[in-house]
Design a binder for this molecule. Structure first.
Ligand SMILES: NC(=O)c1ccc[n+]([C@@H]2O[C@H](COP(=O)([O-])OP(=O)(O)OC[C@H]3O[C@@H](n4cnc5c(N)ncnc54)[C@H](OP(=O)(O)O)[C@@H]3O)[C@@H](O)[C@H]2O)c1
Length: 239
């Protein structure tokens, strides 16, 4: 299949719904061989069938990125199946409770950081090893406006996004010289299950649609270069 991602092998985490699913579908249409994951199988199976029905090449594996063993197995699965790994989209994440820090339940704090921050680290660590050995690759992590300026009531979610901003900067600095790039992308308010959980009463018709984020991620992935590695992007400053 031709397209802007012909011959590219991409892992997209959290691809069962929302931004991850739209990204997997677009990347497959652009010719990438895509590997999808999420913790549960129903939405993942539906995403996989849609991609295959449209003629795309895709594989899926139920994976909790918050488990180092499962994150490693996912990267190995992708490399075994398609021979290499060019692109990792760290999209999977959870919201957690919207309460002030002084009331934030400790178990929820640990759960959000385990998935959003440690899970992104586990995936990026495994992918970086493969990509550095290949001498090329790109890692893009979904961030948030609350991961760039703290805001009341966003708790562990915000802190986890600050963490992934730092993680991508460190990776970018370590791997730029070997042709591996890392950056973050903030999609802004987007019509997904996570957004509905955060703002149950808002008018959903005013929100951006996931395919807009998917197109932005495609633009970032195809324009990745040493000059922009380590940067933080949103829809307004795409390269
Ligand atoms: N929507 C927005 O307005 C918005 C704004 C700023 C940033 N973002 C970021 O964009 C990304 C995608 O958000 P979204 O709104 O599309 O969320 P979403 O609709 O809730 O989808 C999240 C996806 O991640 C999967 N997932 C969650 N935890 C996982 C884990 N531990 N391992 C593997 N998969 C996991 C979910 O499936 P399972 O539940 O089956 O695992 C689901 O497929 C997130 O990183 C989010 O923080 C979103």
């Amino acid at each position: 299949m031709g397209g802007r991602l012909a011959n590219v092998v991409a892992i997209i985490t959290g691809a069962g719904r929302g931004i991850g699913r739209a990204t997997a579908e677009l990347f497959a249409r652009e010719g990438a061989r895509v590997v999808l994951c999420s913790r549960t199988s129903r939405e993942l199976r539906a995403a996989l069938s849609t991609i295959k029905a449209a003629g795309g090449e895709a594989a899926a594996r139920v994976t909790d990125i918050g488990s180092p063993r499962q994150a490693r197995a996912l990267v190995r699965f992708a490399v075994r199946r398609y021979g290499r790994l060019d692109l990792l989209i760290n999209n999977a994440g959870i919201l957690g409770p919207r309460v002030p820090i002084s009331d934030y339940p400790i178990r929820e704090w640990q759960r959000v950081l385990r998935i959003n921050l440690s899970g992104t680290f586990y995936m990026s660590r495994e992918a970086a090893r493969v990509m550095a050995a290949q001498g090329h690759g790109c890692i893009i992590t979904l961030s948030s406006s609350v991961g760039r300026a703290g805001r009341a009531g966003w708790g562990a979610y915000a802190v986890s996004k600050f963490g992934v901003e730092g993680l991508m900067q460190v990776l970018a600095d370590e791997l730029r010289s070997v042709g591996v790039y890392a950056m973050t992308f903030n999609p802004g308010a987007t019509r997904t299950a996570m957004r509905a959980e955060a703002y149950p009463r808002e008018d959903r018709d005013r929100l951006r649609h996931p395919p807009l984020s998917a197109r932005a991620l495609l633009q970032l992935a195809t324009n990745a270069s040493p000059a922009i590695s380590g940067n933080a992007f949103d829809l307004e400053n795409l390269p």
